[in-house]
Design a protein around this ligand. Structure first.
Ligand code: SRM
Ligand code: SF4
Length: 520
């Protein structure tokens, strides 16, 4: 058709630089080049492969520690066996002082100190043991989160373990790598909640499934309401919004994920990188058209959302301590891992505890802690006497208990401040000085990317720089008012540029004024 002068040509989007390199060579393509990379050494690897495409395999070049890579796994639901944990411990152990691991805010593990030349043999071990790190970084779907006590919680509605696994298998082609979903416009987060508490911050995911009885009444069919578009980024932070869709707790969940991912892949902006997450597409299309596009992709219509979800007002557990399971005579015990940082010895010990006292299963939480499930009543006392249970306490002091922290400047190039050690040290100091009557959840994040989720915290800290006495110093913006669980809401920034060296005093005042703390 010949365009008339009154017609305007469709706007052609200028692709961002990530799109250009993805178009030149797919991220997953480096899978076939690992032996070559191992042989040539990391210094000789093409820069875009090294710092970009390898992330499609979960291999992260760290500018802060050149040659010592971070390996990000996928642990759906945060669940792994003692056998898998032991393999990961052995990998970390071989790197001596460089080797360590972190439990992440998506109930996942990241290994540190890893050498590129070892990746082929590490991946062989992964394949033999059912571990994978595929598609865990860049424009892929991240670790899929679910209640850390799925299948064992007394208040469970839907055991989401199989569904989470099916969604991961669909996205990754059973961990082989799936080109259909490895070139999304941007990162993507999915969560499935199956209990009566929102244990996984569903509201900050691009797609989340929340348990809901279809008619709102408990005698109607149990399934999920779907919410979409939650995100944190330097440019924008938003809670997910209802898609106005209810789905049964069956393979429809997988289909909805597939359809939403397809609509995002085919229609999402690939221009300004700060405007490419799902919520920007929903804004551009309008929620109704977006929902219609998802239905078209599924080839079926979606039922409207249930009038209410089944999350209760009781709040969100941190799962630390001893809890009876729904299976009579069995218990799960949540152990506190300060800011999620662990070493090979700790990992071996966790594997041992799980085997000796439980059924060999280990679970991770989005608060970066560990749960050992399936401990019989008769073994509980002996378990609680174990040395690692003293180290990773079931009852840490009030402020130490609630710290969550992103990686920070020790390993992350984006970081404006050191986070993990500082978070733990300040909490220990203030616990020694103050009686704090109730839990105060504190989240630390080293830069505006918000990996440490400061907006969900009672008090959140976001790394920045400030000037003090004419010098640039590490500082934080302080967020307050984040709520989790049924009435989740994002916190707001209440203070800007507080130098970290002044934080102890500022926090003491905040804890006394807003949280009823008193001097010891
Ligand atoms: Fe994150 C990028 C660490 C959860 C938002 N995140 C990064 C990178 C990969 C940057 C880099 O290459 O250095 C960090 C790796 C540092 C390192 O060496 O560990 C990093 N993010 C993390 C982890 C490890 C923080 C932690 O200590 O737990 C978490 C890993 C989760 C996992 O297992 O996959 C992690 N990141 C999050 C979350 C929280 C969540 O998912 O609940 C968010 C906010 C939620 C969201 O995504 O909407 C988050 N990370 C980001 C962003 C901002 C995304 C955006 O749309 O702008 C970036 C930067 C980017 O993607 O450009 C980022
Ligand atoms: Fe790195 Fe910033 Fe994420 Fe912390 S919030 S891990 S500093 S990108």
């Amino acid at each position: 058709m010949v365009a008339t002068s009154t017609e305007t040509a469709p706007k052609v989007e200028k692709l961002n630089k990530f799109e250009k390199y993805k178009a030149e060579k797919d991220g997953l393509a480096v899978k076939g080049e690992l032996d070559k990379f191992a042989e040539m050494g990391w210094e000789a690897v093409d820069k875009t492969d090294l710092t970009g495409r390898l992330k499609w395999l979960g291999v992260f070049y760290r500018e802060v520690t050149p040659g010592k890579f971070m390996l990000r796994l996928r642990l759906p639901h945060g669940i792994l066996s003692s056998h898998k944990m032991r393999i990961l411990a052995e990998i970390v152990q071989q790197y001596g002082d460089d080797g360590c691991a972190d439990i992440t805010t998506r109930q996942n593990l990241q290994l540190r100190g890893v050498r590129l030349e070892d990746i082929p043999s590490i991946f062989e071990r992964f394949e033999q043991s059912g571990l994978t790190s595929i598609q865990s970084g860049m424009d892929n779907v991240r670790n899929i989160t679910g209640s850390p006590v799925a299948g064992i919680a007394a208040n469970e509605l839907i055991d989401t373990q199989d569904l989470v696994m099916k969604v991961q298998d669909m996205i990754t082609n059973n961990s082989e790598g799936n080109p259909a979903f490895s070139n999304l416009p941007r990162k993507f987060n999915i969560a499935l909640e199956g209990s009566r508490e929102d244990s996984i911050h569903s509201e900050i995911n691009d797609i989340a499934f929340i348990p809901a009885f279809q008619d709102g009444e408990e005698d109607s069919e149990l399934g999920f309401n779907v919410i979409v578009g939650g995100l944190f980024s330097a440019r924008r932070c938003d809670s997910a919004i209802p898609l106005n869709a209810w789905v049964p707790a069956d393979d429809t969940v997988v289909e909805v994920c597939r359809a939403i991912l397809s609509v995002f892949r085919d229609n999402g902006s690939r221009g300004n990188r700060q405007q490419t997450r799902l919520m920007w597409l929903i804004d551009a299309m309008g929620l109704e058209s977006f929902r219609a596009a998802v239905e078209r992709e599924m080839g079926q219509s979606l039922a409207p959302a249930a009038p209410k979800d089944a999350i209760t007002d009781e709040g969100k557990s941190d799962h630390l301590g001893v809890y009876s399971q729904k299976q009579p005579g069995l218990n799960y015990v949540g152990l506190h891992v300060p800011v999620g940082h662990i070493y090979a010895d700790d990992m071996f010990e966790m594997a041992r505890l799980a085997e000796v006292y439980g059924n060999g299963e280990i679970r991770l939480t989005v608060e970066q802690n560990v749960i050992i499930p399936n401990i019989p009543d008769s073994r509980l006392d002996a378990f609680l006497q174990e040395e690692p249970v003293q180290k990773f306490s079931i009852a840490p002091s009030t402020l130490v208990r609630t710290q969550v922290s992103c990686t920070g400047s020790r390993f992350c190039n984006f970081a404006l401040i050191e986070t993990k050690q500082r978070a733990h040290a300040i909490a220990q100091t203030l616990d020694a000085q103050l009686n704090v009557p109730d839990s105060v959840r504190m989240h630390w994040t080293g830069c505006p990317n918000s990996c440490g989720q400061p907006q969900v915290a009672d008090i959140g800290f976001m790394g920045t720089k400030a000037r003090k006495d004419g010098k640039a110093v590490e500082a934080v913006d302080i967020y307050m008012g984040g709520k989790v669980g049924k009435h989740a809401q994002l916190g707001e920034r209440v203070m800007k540029g507080v130098p970290c060296e002044d934080l102890e005093g500022v926090l003491t005042d905040l804890l006394k004024e807003k949280f009823g703390a008193t001097a010891k």
